[in-house]
Design a protein around this ligand. Structure first.
Ligand SMILES: Nc1ncnc2c1ncn2[C@@H]1O[C@H](COP(=O)(O)OP(=O)(O)OP(=O)(O)O)[C@@H](O)[C@H]1O
Length: 616
């Protein structure tokens, strides 16, 4: 499993953030209005020093108190205008920007759904979760606030400096001299800060994975008493996150300190220079007060510059993480010129010279599989543990694509079919039946959302699940807990079977469909399956004789190829490897444990045990 991708984007923060453009374009009107409102608000604030100069050098200097009220009203008006415009900025932007976040999240989710199984094999779910939740929230905060104020504050610093220049070039020079070190510091920290931010966000992803795994596996952890061990591992990861966060905070602390000290230095410098100039009659008190008020007003824009660039770097690191997922290629996709299945579909399934290696694996798992499952026929696929049975079945609905050869349904290469058409024609029930936290009805209708309750019930009957579903508190509407954990393994497997047969597929791929059933239920489901399998082409991965009994023919997968095909009797008579395999399977049924009336199946033999048996 890959914790996180190795690729690191070395592009500048601006280049990374520029990719937000297409998302921001539809709301550019709102952004422009917000920038305009924030700019007008800040300029209103920046005008106050000019009015102050007017007060000091006019009515105050000349004792003309009658001229004072309009100027005081002007100060009050500017204050109210500034507050109102800031309100407008927030009001105008929040809705559109949360809409942008929603669109990005929807795109990410949609893309995750389209990415092939091989992608999900490699990525930890916590990494994906933290990107879909935490990183997108970081980007939203940046767009909502920092984008506007980076623009506005830069403009305000420039305008304020020009105003100072107009008031007094020498006081402006003091201001510029004390601002330059801040700009140099920010430039120096830019890349390092982004790297640290990235490390923190990656560590949050690892932590989310750890939480998710231990929550999903809580029963196993409890049963094996591994809770304390996991807690120690989690604490170590949390310590690592803290260490990285502290590095980030230390860098921010330096920026904040410098950001606070420099404006104070500017004020002290301006007081010294201005006081001297006033003493020599080269400057009025009003000019000095106006300059100092302007410098004070510039304090927040300059202070915030470092902080907002840090936010920009956080957002750039978050963007990189989101783009990594969005840029992952959808390698299993609809063909450019899709072909249609002949109607009505007959369900002839054929593997021709099929080769396959898992991405990143140097070992070819399947090395030329040739097998035909005729319409209406059931073929059981058997073979030693880990020989590639599940992988071979996963090639039919294109969970993976073959690396050589081809898989054909009714003579059409599955890669030439639209995925929707293929998945309508081919239904799958996995060994590990995954259910979602939704009602029984929604879980069964997963592949056919429009199915009626009657159709759902018919499928449940086929899977021998109707009785237990009716006994649930709300029948079909009962919500099964997360991953269906409120149901027994056998119940989950029967729902997964019902889901597979609901759409009346032409081809049914079943991966060990009886694995989680007790002996009694197994007999029931087996009988029901016999009925289903009569009308459909089926490839069934079999781990025990009872499943093999369902099949018309059996195919033995060995060393990446189909080593033998025939009826159970033929193979038993002619194939030594098959006999040995069946004898290891047979040991499972007598080995069934009966504990207080509760019937449980023992573990299947390990791959090594099977190999040993085959070698004997
Ligand atoms: N996503 C993956 N990436 C790399 N290797 C994988 C992946 N999935 C499975 N494998 C490897 O491929 C081999 C075949 O796995 P597969 O699940 O197809 O075997 P199987 O015959 O169905 O086994 P079993 O009988 O135990 O269910 C195993 O060695 C497994 O470790």
């Amino acid at each position: 499993m890959v914790t996180r991708p190795a690729r690191r984007d070395r592009r500048s923060t601006l280049a990374v953030l520029r990719r937000l453009g297409p998302y921001l374009r539809p709301v550019r009107g709102a952004v422009a209005l917000a920038v305009g409102a924030a700019l007008a608000a800040t300029l209103a604030g920046l005008s106050v020093p000019l009015v102050l100069r007017g007060v000091l050098d006019g009515p105050v200097a000349h004792g003309d108190l009658g001229a004072l009220p309009p100027l005081l009203l002007a100060v009050l008006g500017l204050g109210v205008l500034e507050a109102g415009l800031f309100w407008v900025r927030r009001r105008v932007l929040s809705g559109p920007i949360t809409g942008v976040e929603r669109r990005m999240r929807a795109d990410l989710y949609h893309h995750l759904q389209r990415l092939p199984a091989a992608f999900h094999d490699r990525w930890q779910s916590g990494q994906l979760l933290s990107r879909a939740v935490g990183d997108l929230a970081t980007i939203r905060r940046f767009m909502n606030f920092s984008v506007v104020f980076l623009l506005v504050n830069t403009l305000v610093v420039v305008t304020g400096t020009l105003l100072l220049l107009w008031l007094s070039p020498v006081l402006a020079a003091v201001q510029v001299a004390t601002t330059l070190p801040m700009i140099a510091l920010v430039a120096r920290y830019e890349r390092r800060y982004r790297e640290v931010a990235r490390q923190c966000q990656d560590q949050v992803g690892d932590l989310a994975t750890a939480v998710e795994e231990s929550v999903l596996g809580v029963r196993v952890l409890k049963a094996f008493g591994r809770g304390p061990h996991l807690a120690r591992r989690f604490a170590a990861q949390a310590r690592e996150l803290r260490r990285r966060e502290l590095r980030r905070v230390r860098m921010l602390a330096v920026q904040w300190t410098v950001g606070i000290v420099l404006p104070e230095l500017a004020l002290a410098g301006q007081l010294a220079v201005g006081g001297h100039a006033i003493a020599h009659g080269a400057m009025t008190v009003g000019t000095l007060v106006a300059a100092i008020t302007t410098t004070s007003y510039l304090r927040w824009p300059i202070d915030s510059l470092g902080w907002m660039l840090a936010e920009a770097n956080n957002a750039a690191a978050a963007c990189e993480r989101v783009w990594e997922v969005l840029d992952a290629p959808v390698s299993v996709a609809d063909p450019e010129r899709p072909r249609a299945l002949p109607a009505p579909a007959r369900g002839r399934l054929r593997f021709e010279g099929v080769r396959f290696a898992h991405p990143g694996s140097h070992r070819e798992l399947l090395r030329g599989v040739d097998l035909e499952v005729r319409p209406g026929e059931t073929v059981a696929l058997v073979g030693a543990t880990g020989c590639g049975k599940t992988t071979l079945t996963a090639l039919v609905p294109r969970l993976y694509d073959v690396t050589g050869g081809r898989v054909l349904v009714d003579g059409v290469d599955v890669r030439d079919l639209r995925l929707a058409d293929l998945r309508r024609a081919v239904a799958v029930a996995f060994e590990d039946p995954v259910l979602f936290s939704a009602s029984v009805r929604e879980n069964v209708r997963l592949g056919m959302p429009d199915a009626t309750d009657e159709e759902v019930r018919a499928a449940l009957r086929v899977a021998c699940a109707e009785e237990f579903v009716d006994a649930l508190p709300w029948g079909l509407s009962t919500r099964v807990g997360e991953q269906g954990l409120t149901l027994s393994g056998g119940q989950r497997q029967r729902l997964a079977l019902a889901r597979a047969v609901l759409g009346r597929p032409a081809v049914l791929v079943l991966d060990d469909p009886l694995s989680a059933l007790d002996v009694h239920t197994e007999a029931e489901v087996e009988a029901a399956l016999r009925r289903v399998l009569r009308d459909v082409t089926a490839l069934v991965v079999a781990h025990r004789p009872s499943t093999v009994r369902l099949a018309d023919r059996v195919a033995l997968l060995s060393d990446g190829r189909i080593a033998a095909v025939g009826t159970h009797e033929e193979l038993s008579a002619t194939c030594r490897e098959y006999r040995t395999l069946m004898s290891t399977m047979d040991t499972e049924v007598p080995g069934t444990l009966v504990v207080g009336g509760d019937v449980r199946r023992e573990e299947r033999p390990t791959r090594d045990q099977v190999r040993e048996a085959v070698a004997r």
